[in-house]
Design a binder for this molecule. Sequence first.
Ligand SMILES: Nc1ncnc2c1ncn2[C@@H]1O[C@H](COP(=O)(O)OP(=O)(O)O)[C@@H](O)[C@H]1O
Ligand SMILES: [Mg+2]
Length: 464
Amino acid sequence: MLLKNKQSPQHFDIQKSILSTDSQFWVSNVNFQSISTSFLTVKSKEIMKEKNIQIGVQHIRYSKNKFICFTNAFLTILRNKKQEIIGIQLQKIENKIEVYGQIQNWIGILMKECISLDFISNYNIVQLIGSGSTANVYQVRSKIDGLDCAIKVFDKEQFDQDYSIKQSILFEIQYLKLLSHPNIVKYLGVYESNTQIIIILEYLAGGDLKSNLEDKQIGEDQIKIIMKSILGGIEQMHKLGIFHRDIKKCNIMLRNQNSYDSICLIDFGLAEKANQENNYLFKYCGTPGCVAPEILRKQKYGLKVDIYSVGILCYQLMFQKDPFKSNTTKEIIVKNFLGNIDLPMTTSISKNGINFLIGLLQIDPKIRFSATQALNHSFLQDKITLSRNNNVSYKKKESIKLKPIIYHNSRNISPYNISKTSPCKFYLKTQRSTSSKYDKLQNESTKIVSKSFLLKNYQKMNTK
Ligand SMILES: Nc1ncnc2c1ncn2[C@@H]1O[C@H](COP(=O)(O)OP(=O)(O)O)[C@@H](O)[C@H]1O
Ligand SMILES: [Mg+2]
Protein backbone atom coordinates (compact mmCIF):
# COMPACT_ATOMS: atom_id res chain seq x y z
CA MET A 1 0.00 0.00 0.00
CA LEU A 2 2.83 2.37 0.86
CA LEU A 3 5.65 3.50 -1.42
CA LYS A 4 3.33 3.53 -4.37
CA ASN A 5 4.20 6.96 -5.53
CA LYS A 6 7.93 7.15 -6.06
CA GLN A 7 7.56 10.08 -8.42
CA SER A 8 8.96 13.46 -7.43
CA PRO A 9 6.44 15.95 -6.02
CA GLN A 10 6.49 17.85 -9.30
CA HIS A 11 4.58 14.94 -10.76
CA PHE A 12 1.65 15.57 -8.44
CA ASP A 13 -0.95 17.57 -10.28
CA ILE A 14 -2.04 20.01 -7.58
CA GLN A 15 -5.10 20.92 -9.64
CA LYS A 16 -6.37 17.45 -8.79
CA SER A 17 -5.82 17.82 -5.05
CA ILE A 18 -8.76 16.75 -2.95
CA LEU A 19 -7.42 18.59 0.12
CA SER A 20 -6.71 22.06 -1.22
CA THR A 21 -9.20 24.87 -0.88
CA ASP A 22 -9.56 27.94 -2.99
CA SER A 23 -7.88 30.34 -0.58
CA GLN A 24 -5.72 33.40 -1.29
CA PHE A 25 -1.95 33.28 -1.12
CA TRP A 26 -1.10 36.98 -0.65
CA VAL A 27 -3.23 38.71 1.99
CA SER A 28 -3.17 41.93 4.00
CA ASN A 29 -4.74 43.21 7.23
CA VAL A 30 -4.07 40.06 9.17
CA ASN A 31 -4.23 39.83 12.94
CA PHE A 32 -0.68 38.51 13.13
CA GLN A 33 1.27 37.12 16.06
CA SER A 34 4.82 36.16 15.34
CA ILE A 35 6.19 32.81 16.53
CA SER A 36 9.68 33.31 15.15
CA THR A 37 11.71 35.75 13.03
CA SER A 38 14.53 34.72 10.69
CA PHE A 39 16.85 36.36 8.22
CA LEU A 40 16.25 34.34 5.04
CA THR A 41 16.60 34.37 1.26
CA VAL A 42 13.26 34.59 -0.50
CA LYS A 43 12.63 33.80 -4.14
CA SER A 44 9.38 35.15 -5.54
CA LYS A 45 8.60 35.68 -9.25
CA GLU A 46 12.21 34.73 -10.10
CA ILE A 47 13.57 37.58 -7.91
CA MET A 48 15.83 36.70 -4.97
CA LYS A 49 15.82 38.92 -1.85
CA GLU A 50 17.40 38.62 1.56
CA LYS A 51 15.11 39.79 4.32
CA ASN A 52 13.86 39.37 7.85
CA ILE A 53 10.59 37.48 7.74
CA GLN A 54 8.32 36.28 10.52
CA ILE A 55 6.18 33.17 10.83
CA GLY A 56 2.88 32.94 12.74
CA VAL A 57 0.34 30.13 13.09
CA GLN A 58 -1.17 30.55 9.62
CA HIS A 59 0.74 33.43 8.02
CA ILE A 60 4.20 34.56 7.05
CA ARG A 61 4.80 38.29 7.39
CA TYR A 62 6.59 39.19 4.15
CA SER A 63 6.61 42.96 4.61
CA LYS A 64 4.81 45.48 6.82
CA ASN A 65 1.30 44.74 5.57
CA LYS A 66 1.91 41.92 3.14
CA PHE A 67 1.38 38.37 4.35
CA ILE A 68 1.33 34.88 2.90
CA CYS A 69 -1.56 32.72 4.10
CA PHE A 70 -0.07 29.23 4.11
CA THR A 71 -3.19 27.39 5.24
CA ASN A 72 -3.75 24.63 2.67
CA ALA A 73 -0.74 25.72 0.60
CA PHE A 74 1.38 22.94 -0.90
CA LEU A 75 4.64 22.56 1.00
CA THR A 76 7.80 21.04 -0.48
CA ILE A 77 10.95 20.70 1.57
CA LEU A 78 13.94 21.58 -0.62
CA ARG A 79 17.17 19.60 -0.29
CA ASN A 80 20.62 19.76 -1.85
CA LYS A 81 22.41 16.81 -3.49
CA LYS A 82 23.58 15.62 -0.07
CA GLN A 83 19.92 15.52 0.97
CA GLU A 84 20.42 18.33 3.49
CA ILE A 85 17.46 20.65 3.97
CA ILE A 86 18.13 24.03 2.35
CA GLY A 87 14.69 25.60 2.22
CA ILE A 88 11.00 25.25 1.50
CA GLN A 89 8.63 25.97 -1.33
CA LEU A 90 5.07 27.16 -0.71
CA GLN A 91 2.55 27.06 -3.51
CA LYS A 92 -1.10 27.70 -4.18
CA ILE A 93 -2.58 27.31 -7.64
CA GLU A 94 -1.44 30.69 -9.02
CA ASN A 95 1.39 31.65 -6.65
CA LYS A 96 4.66 30.23 -5.49
CA ILE A 97 7.47 31.28 -3.17
CA GLU A 98 10.76 29.67 -2.18
CA VAL A 99 12.52 30.40 1.11
CA TYR A 100 16.14 29.40 1.76
CA GLY A 101 18.19 29.44 4.96
CA GLN A 102 17.90 28.19 8.54
CA ILE A 103 14.22 27.29 8.64
CA GLN A 104 14.31 23.93 10.40
CA ASN A 105 12.09 25.31 13.18
CA TRP A 106 9.51 26.53 10.64
CA ILE A 107 8.82 23.13 9.16
CA GLY A 108 6.67 21.78 12.02
CA ILE A 109 4.53 24.95 12.02
CA LEU A 110 4.09 24.85 8.23
CA MET A 111 3.33 21.13 8.12
CA LYS A 112 0.35 21.48 10.50
CA GLU A 113 -1.34 23.96 8.15
CA CYS A 114 -0.10 22.93 4.71
CA ILE A 115 -0.57 19.99 2.40
CA SER A 116 2.91 18.48 2.22
CA LEU A 117 4.33 16.91 -0.91
CA ASP A 118 7.04 14.27 -1.31
CA PHE A 119 6.58 11.93 1.62
CA ILE A 120 9.32 9.55 0.46
CA SER A 121 12.13 12.12 0.76
CA ASN A 122 11.16 12.95 4.33
CA TYR A 123 10.42 9.68 6.14
CA ASN A 124 11.77 6.17 6.60
CA ILE A 125 9.31 3.41 7.29
CA VAL A 126 9.93 1.49 10.51
CA GLN A 127 7.02 -0.96 10.57
CA LEU A 128 3.34 -1.58 9.90
CA ILE A 129 1.43 -1.14 13.16
CA GLY A 130 -2.23 -1.29 12.25
CA SER A 131 -4.46 -2.17 9.38
CA GLY A 132 -8.08 -1.18 8.90
CA SER A 133 -10.52 -1.38 6.04
CA THR A 134 -9.76 2.13 4.78
CA ALA A 135 -6.19 2.76 6.02
CA ASN A 136 -2.92 1.17 7.02
CA VAL A 137 -1.02 2.66 9.94
CA TYR A 138 2.81 2.65 10.01
CA GLN A 139 5.47 3.75 12.42
CA VAL A 140 7.89 5.98 10.51
CA ARG A 141 11.03 8.00 11.33
CA SER A 142 11.25 11.58 10.17
CA LYS A 143 14.34 12.55 8.18
CA ILE A 144 13.58 16.15 9.20
CA ASP A 145 14.00 15.84 12.97
CA GLY A 146 14.69 12.13 13.55
CA LEU A 147 11.51 11.64 15.59
CA ASP A 148 9.14 8.72 15.23
CA CYS A 149 5.61 9.40 13.96
CA ALA A 150 2.58 7.31 13.09
CA ILE A 151 1.14 7.65 9.60
CA LYS A 152 -2.34 6.69 8.46
CA VAL A 153 -2.25 5.90 4.74
CA PHE A 154 -5.37 6.04 2.58
CA ASP A 155 -5.43 4.94 -1.05
CA LYS A 156 -7.33 7.40 -3.21
CA GLU A 157 -8.65 4.56 -5.38
CA GLN A 158 -11.26 3.73 -2.77
CA PHE A 159 -12.79 7.23 -3.04
CA ASP A 160 -14.13 6.42 -6.51
CA GLN A 161 -16.08 3.50 -5.13
CA ASP A 162 -17.49 5.28 -2.12
CA TYR A 163 -17.81 9.05 -1.78
CA SER A 164 -18.40 8.81 1.96
CA ILE A 165 -14.87 7.45 2.54
CA LYS A 166 -13.37 10.60 1.05
CA GLN A 167 -15.67 12.83 3.06
CA SER A 168 -14.89 10.99 6.30
CA ILE A 169 -11.13 11.45 5.71
CA LEU A 170 -11.68 15.15 5.15
CA PHE A 171 -13.59 15.27 8.45
CA GLU A 172 -10.86 13.25 10.18
CA ILE A 173 -8.18 15.74 9.07
CA GLN A 174 -10.35 18.77 9.84
CA TYR A 175 -11.11 17.64 13.40
CA LEU A 176 -7.61 16.39 14.19
CA LYS A 177 -6.33 19.82 13.15
CA LEU A 178 -8.87 21.57 15.34
CA LEU A 179 -8.38 19.52 18.50
CA SER A 180 -5.57 20.27 20.86
CA HIS A 181 -5.66 18.44 24.19
CA PRO A 182 -3.17 16.32 26.15
CA ASN A 183 -5.54 13.33 25.88
CA ILE A 184 -6.07 13.56 22.12
CA VAL A 185 -3.49 12.35 19.61
CA LYS A 186 -1.49 15.25 18.14
CA TYR A 187 -1.91 16.00 14.47
CA LEU A 188 1.37 16.82 12.74
CA GLY A 189 0.37 17.20 9.10
CA VAL A 190 -0.88 15.62 5.91
CA TYR A 191 0.75 14.52 2.64
CA GLU A 192 -1.00 14.16 -0.67
CA SER A 193 0.15 12.43 -3.84
CA ASN A 194 -1.65 11.29 -6.97
CA THR A 195 -2.53 8.02 -5.31
CA GLN A 196 -2.55 8.55 -1.53
CA ILE A 197 -3.45 10.72 1.43
CA ILE A 198 -1.12 10.26 4.41
CA ILE A 199 -2.01 11.71 7.82
CA ILE A 200 0.99 12.28 10.11
CA LEU A 201 0.37 11.84 13.84
CA GLU A 202 2.49 11.74 16.95
CA TYR A 203 3.65 8.18 17.62
CA LEU A 204 2.02 6.72 20.72
CA ALA A 205 4.52 4.22 22.01
CA GLY A 206 2.51 2.82 24.93
CA GLY A 207 0.13 0.62 22.88
CA ASP A 208 -3.66 0.59 23.04
CA LEU A 209 -5.75 0.16 26.16
CA LYS A 210 -6.90 -3.28 25.02
CA SER A 211 -3.39 -4.73 24.95
CA ASN A 212 -2.36 -2.83 28.07
CA LEU A 213 -5.21 -4.37 30.01
CA GLU A 214 -5.11 -7.75 28.24
CA ASP A 215 -4.77 -9.94 31.31
CA LYS A 216 -4.80 -7.37 34.06
CA GLN A 217 -7.41 -6.34 36.53
CA ILE A 218 -6.90 -2.75 37.55
CA GLY A 219 -7.96 -1.01 40.72
CA GLU A 220 -10.57 1.69 41.18
CA ASP A 221 -7.93 4.42 41.41
CA GLN A 222 -6.55 3.54 38.00
CA ILE A 223 -10.08 3.43 36.60
CA LYS A 224 -10.52 6.99 37.89
CA ILE A 225 -7.32 8.12 36.13
CA ILE A 226 -8.46 6.52 32.86
CA MET A 227 -11.95 8.02 33.14
CA LYS A 228 -10.62 11.49 33.95
CA SER A 229 -8.20 11.44 31.03
CA ILE A 230 -10.62 10.14 28.45
CA LEU A 231 -13.47 12.39 29.58
CA GLY A 232 -11.10 15.38 29.51
CA GLY A 233 -10.39 14.78 25.82
CA ILE A 234 -14.07 14.16 25.08
CA GLU A 235 -15.10 17.32 26.93
CA GLN A 236 -12.90 19.38 24.60
CA MET A 237 -14.35 17.66 21.52
CA HIS A 238 -17.90 18.17 22.76
CA LYS A 239 -17.25 21.86 23.49
CA LEU A 240 -16.48 22.16 19.78
CA GLY A 241 -19.69 20.27 18.97
CA ILE A 242 -17.85 17.20 17.62
CA PHE A 243 -18.56 13.61 18.58
CA HIS A 244 -16.17 10.68 18.11
CA ARG A 245 -18.67 7.80 17.80
CA ASP A 246 -16.13 4.99 18.10
CA ILE A 247 -14.81 5.14 21.63
CA LYS A 248 -13.50 1.74 22.68
CA LYS A 249 -10.32 0.19 24.07
CA CYS A 250 -8.64 -0.18 20.62
CA ASN A 251 -9.11 3.52 19.91
CA ILE A 252 -7.54 4.63 23.16
CA MET A 253 -3.74 4.58 23.25
CA LEU A 254 -1.07 5.35 25.81
CA ARG A 255 1.89 7.64 25.18
CA ASN A 256 3.86 5.66 27.71
CA GLN A 257 3.15 2.08 28.67
CA ASN A 258 1.20 1.59 31.92
CA SER A 259 0.91 5.32 32.47
CA TYR A 260 -2.83 5.75 32.31
CA ASP A 261 -2.81 9.53 32.55
CA SER A 262 -0.95 9.57 29.21
CA ILE A 263 -4.04 8.20 27.51
CA CYS A 264 -4.91 9.57 24.06
CA LEU A 265 -8.02 9.26 22.00
CA ILE A 266 -7.26 8.20 18.40
CA ASP A 267 -9.22 7.31 15.25
CA PHE A 268 -11.47 10.19 14.25
CA GLY A 269 -12.74 8.23 11.24
CA LEU A 270 -16.34 8.43 12.46
CA ALA A 271 -16.15 11.89 14.01
CA GLU A 272 -18.68 14.47 12.88
CA LYS A 273 -20.36 17.66 14.07
CA ALA A 274 -23.49 16.88 16.03
CA ASN A 275 -26.60 18.59 14.64
CA GLN A 276 -30.28 19.00 15.47
CA GLU A 277 -31.42 17.64 12.09
CA ASN A 278 -29.62 14.34 12.73
CA ASN A 279 -28.17 14.72 9.27
CA TYR A 280 -24.95 12.73 9.36
CA LEU A 281 -22.63 11.24 6.77
CA PHE A 282 -22.84 7.97 8.66
CA LYS A 283 -25.92 7.55 10.74
CA TYR A 284 -25.95 3.96 11.93
CA CYS A 285 -22.39 3.44 12.91
CA GLY A 286 -20.17 2.50 15.79
CA THR A 287 -18.88 -0.74 17.20
CA PRO A 288 -21.43 -3.37 18.28
CA GLY A 289 -21.41 -3.62 22.04
CA CYS A 290 -19.95 -0.12 22.53
CA VAL A 291 -22.52 2.07 20.84
CA ALA A 292 -25.30 4.18 22.40
CA PRO A 293 -28.73 2.51 22.04
CA GLU A 294 -30.27 5.62 20.46
CA ILE A 295 -28.06 5.10 17.40
CA LEU A 296 -29.28 1.53 16.97
CA ARG A 297 -32.88 2.56 17.66
CA LYS A 298 -32.96 5.06 14.80
CA GLN A 299 -33.55 7.94 17.17
CA LYS A 300 -32.11 11.40 16.92
CA TYR A 301 -28.79 11.50 18.68
CA GLY A 302 -26.09 13.92 19.71
CA LEU A 303 -22.88 14.33 21.64
CA LYS A 304 -23.93 12.07 24.50
CA VAL A 305 -23.49 8.94 22.36
CA ASP A 306 -19.82 9.18 23.32
CA ILE A 307 -20.64 9.18 27.02
CA TYR A 308 -22.50 5.88 26.69
CA SER A 309 -19.41 4.36 25.04
CA VAL A 310 -17.30 5.68 27.91
CA GLY A 311 -19.82 3.97 30.21
CA ILE A 312 -19.25 0.66 28.40
CA LEU A 313 -15.50 1.15 28.80
CA CYS A 314 -15.94 1.97 32.49
CA TYR A 315 -18.04 -1.19 32.93
CA GLN A 316 -15.34 -3.27 31.21
CA LEU A 317 -12.71 -1.79 33.50
CA MET A 318 -14.78 -2.29 36.65
CA PHE A 319 -15.98 -5.84 36.00
CA GLN A 320 -13.44 -7.20 33.45
CA LYS A 321 -16.17 -8.30 31.06
CA ASP A 322 -18.32 -6.91 28.27
CA PRO A 323 -21.85 -5.92 29.29
CA PHE A 324 -23.36 -7.29 26.06
CA LYS A 325 -21.15 -10.33 25.65
CA SER A 326 -22.54 -12.89 23.18
CA ASN A 327 -21.33 -15.41 20.66
CA THR A 328 -22.51 -13.59 17.58
CA THR A 329 -22.37 -9.97 16.47
CA LYS A 330 -26.12 -10.05 15.80
CA GLU A 331 -26.82 -10.97 19.41
CA ILE A 332 -24.45 -8.29 20.66
CA ILE A 333 -26.28 -5.69 18.60
CA VAL A 334 -29.65 -6.79 19.94
CA LYS A 335 -28.47 -6.69 23.55
CA ASN A 336 -26.86 -3.33 22.86
CA PHE A 337 -30.10 -2.11 21.27
CA LEU A 338 -32.04 -3.14 24.37
CA GLY A 339 -29.44 -1.72 26.73
CA ASN A 340 -30.20 -4.03 29.66
CA ILE A 341 -27.06 -4.02 31.70
CA ASP A 342 -26.40 -6.36 34.55
CA LEU A 343 -24.26 -4.88 37.31
CA PRO A 344 -22.47 -7.80 38.95
CA MET A 345 -22.29 -8.06 42.72
CA THR A 346 -18.84 -6.98 43.72
CA THR A 347 -17.16 -5.50 46.70
CA SER A 348 -14.19 -4.18 44.74
CA ILE A 349 -16.06 -1.19 43.33
CA SER A 350 -17.34 1.52 45.65
CA LYS A 351 -20.98 2.65 45.74
CA ASN A 352 -19.85 5.97 44.37
CA GLY A 353 -18.17 4.18 41.46
CA ILE A 354 -21.38 2.31 40.65
CA ASN A 355 -23.31 5.54 40.90
CA PHE A 356 -20.91 7.16 38.41
CA LEU A 357 -21.24 4.21 36.03
CA ILE A 358 -25.04 4.37 36.13
CA GLY A 359 -24.87 8.06 35.20
CA LEU A 360 -22.82 7.22 32.11
CA LEU A 361 -24.98 4.31 31.01
CA GLN A 362 -28.39 5.95 31.23
CA ILE A 363 -30.42 4.91 28.21
CA ASP A 364 -32.15 8.27 28.04
CA PRO A 365 -29.51 10.73 26.77
CA LYS A 366 -31.33 13.57 28.55
CA ILE A 367 -30.60 11.95 31.90
CA ARG A 368 -27.19 10.61 30.89
CA PHE A 369 -24.22 12.65 32.14
CA SER A 370 -22.54 15.15 29.87
CA ALA A 371 -18.72 15.00 29.77
CA THR A 372 -18.53 17.94 32.18
CA GLN A 373 -21.07 16.41 34.59
CA ALA A 374 -19.14 13.14 34.57
CA LEU A 375 -15.87 14.96 35.25
CA ASN A 376 -17.53 16.80 38.16
CA HIS A 377 -18.94 13.60 39.70
CA SER A 378 -17.61 12.99 43.19
CA PHE A 379 -16.16 9.61 42.04
CA LEU A 380 -13.63 11.48 39.89
CA GLN A 381 -13.18 14.24 42.45
CA ASP A 382 -12.18 11.75 45.18
CA LYS A 383 -8.56 11.75 46.16
CA ILE A 384 -6.61 9.05 44.34
CA THR A 385 -4.47 6.87 46.61
CA LEU A 386 -1.53 6.12 44.38
CA SER A 387 -0.14 3.26 46.44
CA ARG A 388 -3.12 1.13 45.42
CA ASN A 389 -2.34 1.70 41.76
CA ASN A 390 0.43 -0.83 41.85
CA ASN A 391 -1.95 -3.61 42.81
CA VAL A 392 -2.52 -5.19 39.47
CA SER A 393 -4.03 -8.64 39.36
CA TYR A 394 -4.37 -10.90 36.36
CA LYS A 395 -7.51 -12.28 34.78
CA LYS A 396 -8.42 -14.65 31.99
CA LYS A 397 -8.11 -13.40 28.41
CA GLU A 398 -11.24 -12.42 26.56
CA SER A 399 -11.17 -12.96 22.85
CA ILE A 400 -13.81 -10.74 21.34
CA LYS A 401 -12.64 -8.44 18.55
CA LEU A 402 -15.19 -6.13 17.03
CA LYS A 403 -14.91 -3.67 14.19
CA PRO A 404 -16.99 -0.55 13.78
CA ILE A 405 -19.99 -0.96 11.54
CA ILE A 406 -21.66 1.39 9.17
CA TYR A 407 -25.03 0.52 7.79
CA HIS A 408 -24.68 1.55 4.19
CA ASN A 409 -27.48 3.53 2.60
CA SER A 410 -28.80 3.62 6.08
CA ARG A 411 -30.13 7.11 6.37
CA ASN A 412 -33.71 5.94 6.55
CA ILE A 413 -33.40 2.30 7.44
CA SER A 414 -33.16 0.91 10.92
CA PRO A 415 -31.57 -2.50 11.31
CA TYR A 416 -34.62 -3.63 13.24
CA ASN A 417 -37.51 -1.68 11.86
CA ILE A 418 -38.57 -0.90 15.39
CA SER A 419 -40.00 2.56 15.58
CA LYS A 420 -38.85 5.39 17.80
CA THR A 421 -41.80 4.77 20.07
CA SER A 422 -40.88 1.14 20.56
CA PRO A 423 -42.23 0.03 23.94
CA CYS A 424 -38.90 -1.53 24.94
CA LYS A 425 -37.91 -0.80 28.48
CA PHE A 426 -34.35 -0.46 29.56
CA TYR A 427 -33.01 -1.20 32.95
CA LEU A 428 -29.80 -1.13 34.80
CA LYS A 429 -29.89 -4.05 37.16
CA THR A 430 -28.50 -2.77 40.41
CA GLN A 431 -27.02 -4.83 43.17
CA ARG A 432 -30.25 -4.53 45.05
CA SER A 433 -32.55 -5.92 42.30
CA THR A 434 -34.52 -8.96 43.36
CA SER A 435 -34.03 -12.03 41.23
CA SER A 436 -37.75 -12.34 40.41
CA LYS A 437 -37.77 -8.80 39.03
CA TYR A 438 -34.64 -9.58 37.05
CA ASP A 439 -36.16 -12.78 35.62
CA LYS A 440 -39.17 -10.77 34.47
CA LEU A 441 -36.88 -8.31 32.70
CA GLN A 442 -34.95 -11.12 31.07
CA ASN A 443 -38.19 -12.60 29.74
CA GLU A 444 -39.30 -9.26 28.38
CA SER A 445 -36.04 -8.69 26.60
CA THR A 446 -35.99 -12.22 25.20
CA LYS A 447 -39.40 -11.57 23.65
CA ILE A 448 -38.11 -8.37 22.10
CA VAL A 449 -34.91 -9.99 20.90
CA SER A 450 -36.75 -12.78 19.11
CA LYS A 451 -39.17 -10.25 17.65
CA SER A 452 -36.25 -8.24 16.32
CA PHE A 453 -34.78 -11.19 14.54
CA LEU A 454 -38.04 -12.15 12.91
CA LEU A 455 -37.81 -8.87 11.10
CA LYS A 456 -36.72 -9.22 7.53
CA ASN A 457 -35.11 -5.83 7.66
CA TYR A 458 -31.90 -6.99 9.24
CA GLN A 459 -29.51 -5.20 6.93
CA LYS A 460 -26.18 -6.34 5.65
CA MET A 461 -23.55 -4.45 7.58
CA ASN A 462 -20.24 -3.19 6.37
CA THR A 463 -17.16 -2.61 8.43
CA LYS A 464 -15.10 0.50 8.08
N1 LIG B 1 -0.71 7.69 16.73
C1 LIG B 1 -0.55 6.37 16.79
N2 LIG B 1 0.53 5.83 17.40
C2 LIG B 1 0.70 4.49 17.44
N3 LIG B 1 -0.17 3.60 16.90
C3 LIG B 1 -1.26 4.08 16.29
C4 LIG B 1 -1.51 5.48 16.19
N4 LIG B 1 -2.67 5.66 15.51
C5 LIG B 1 -3.12 4.43 15.21
N5 LIG B 1 -2.30 3.47 15.67
C6 LIG B 1 -2.48 2.02 15.53
O1 LIG B 1 -3.16 1.74 14.32
C7 LIG B 1 -4.44 1.14 14.56
C8 LIG B 1 -5.45 1.65 13.55
O2 LIG B 1 -5.56 3.06 13.64
P1 LIG B 1 -6.97 3.80 13.67
O3 LIG B 1 -6.74 5.27 13.62
O4 LIG B 1 -7.76 3.29 14.83
O5 LIG B 1 -7.56 3.33 12.28
P2 LIG B 1 -8.86 2.47 11.89
O6 LIG B 1 -9.82 3.49 11.39
O7 LIG B 1 -8.37 1.56 10.82
O8 LIG B 1 -9.34 1.75 13.12
C9 LIG B 1 -4.76 1.51 16.01
O9 LIG B 1 -5.63 0.58 16.61
C10 LIG B 1 -3.38 1.50 16.64
O10 LIG B 1 -2.98 0.18 16.95
MG1 LIG C 1 -9.56 2.29 15.11
